[in-house]
Design a protein around this ligand. Structure first.
Ligand code: TXA
Ligand code: MG
Length: 362
């Protein structure tokens, strides 16, 4: 793909300047791609109803056409235009969680190009809770299809600088409204399944969803070793279980995830640090505040994700911390696990996907 100049424009996250939003909207209307902030992660957007524009998303990202996109809308009426029918529970869910980090899988309406959904008969729709995203969708005058604004297989961007690092020269414009509030992607909820099923845990927790939808269930996790990009695609190239592609958030440096009790994780990680330091390796550890003293003097570069009992804060800094550690030049990242309460479920899921190896220590 030919290189283009990428401009980064700073936009107020609360009261977006209309002229700046309009510049981005004009690009969208012209069939171009634009990077924009949402409350979860930055998105790489294009007019969802124009197949040519949607193609540019896949080209800029280097993403295979087999992975379907989320369509972003700014008002609930737009959902009726995109869906062929509205499944049960839609109203309770949109009332409780929109705008916000909940993506609903509904039957695909005829307006939605097959390219957006990778040929599936369902479409993923969400209304983001970010003034810039909402203003952009309104000004563009169309729904915006957008995956996370990272290169395929890299970590999702939570700042405009992350998006720039991955997409410089591949997109004309990045709207920069500072760090994303939630820090992990939206929860993807399949309303076309027999029982509403979470395909990807994210910014709306399982506990929160249960308040509106008591029988919601989690998809059965694929075993890590069975899930390689090759074997989760059917013969038509569409993913059998979209969103379930493991090693999707991989950092550029190998990451080992330690799973077990806090004491055993710390012990095993420290032993691994010592072993690798003896071989002269540069080792990064990704831990919680309360673990930091354990690694003092160990020679590892310790990065804290904050207090382990505040999963919302851990989620908010997770992707930025992974990118920061990558940039230090460490040869390996050893990471502790976090418990699955609240946004901890999404944190745990992203760490599993990032991990080259999971080491169970209890
Ligand atoms: O928070 C977010 O969701 C961000 C921001 C930009 O909105 N977007 C995002 O998009 O994470 P992406 O493309 O990186 O992830 C979308 C996920 C993928 O795992 C995809 O497989 C799944 O949603 N998905 C999309 N359409 C689907 C469908 N029709 N059925 C099942 N899963 C679908
Ligand atoms: Mg993504």
């Amino acid at each position: 793909m030919s290189q283009i100049d990428t401009e980064v424009v700073v936009v107020d996250a609360v009261c977006p300047e209309a002229a700046k939003v309009e510049r981005a909207a004009a690009l969208i209307r012209a069939g171009e791609v634009v990077v924009f902030p949402t409350e979860t992660v930055y998105g790489l957007g294009a007019n969802a109803l124009q197949p040519r524009a949607v193609e540019r998303i896949f080209a800029a990202k280097g993403r295979p056409f087999s992975d379907p996109l989320i369509v972003h809308i700014a008002d609930e009426d737009a959902l009726r235009d995109l869906a062929s029918s509205l499944p049960e529970h839609v109203q309770e869910l949109t009332r409780a969680f929109w705008p916000g980090p909940l993506t609903l899988i509904v039957p695909r309406g005829r307006l939605v190009p097959a390219l957006v959904t990778a040929g599936l008969e369902t479409v993923a729709v969400r209304m983001p809770r970010h003034a810039v995203a909402l203003a952009l969708i309104r000004a563009a005058g169309s729904p915006i299809a957008a995956p996370s604004a990272n290169r395929f297989m890299h970590i999702s961007p939570t700042t405009a600088q992350h998006a720039f690092a991955d997409l410089n020269g591949r997109v004309p414009l990045i709207l920069d409204s500072g760090p994303c509030e939630v820090g992990v992607e939206s929860t993807v909820l399949d309303l076309c399944a027999a029982v509403p099923t979470i395909l990807r845990p994210g910014g709306v927790s399982l506990e929160e969803l249960r308040t509106a939808l008591p029988d919601v269930q989690l998809t059965t996790r694929q075993t890590r070793h069975a899930a390689t990009p090759g074997d989760v695609h059917d013969e038509k190239g569409a993913q059998k279980a979209p969103g379930q592609l493991f090693a999707h958030y991989a950092p550029a440096v190998p990451l080992f995830l330690f799973v077990g009790s806090v004491e055993s994780m710390r012990g095993a990680m420290l032993a691994e640090v010592r072993r690798r330091r003896e071989n002269g390796e540069l080792v990064g550890v990704l831990v919680a505040d309360e673990d930091v003293p354990v690694f003092q003097g160990s020679g590892a570069l310790a990065q804290s994700l904050g207090n382990a009992s505040a999963p919302g804060q851990v989620a908010a800094v997770l992707f930025a911390s992974l990118r920061d550690l990558e940039a230090t030049g460490v040869q390996v990242i050893l990471c502790r696990d976090f418990d699955e309460r609240g946004l901890g479920l999404a944190v745990h899921d992203r760490l599993l996907r990032a991990a080259g190896r999971v080491i169970e220590v209890s």
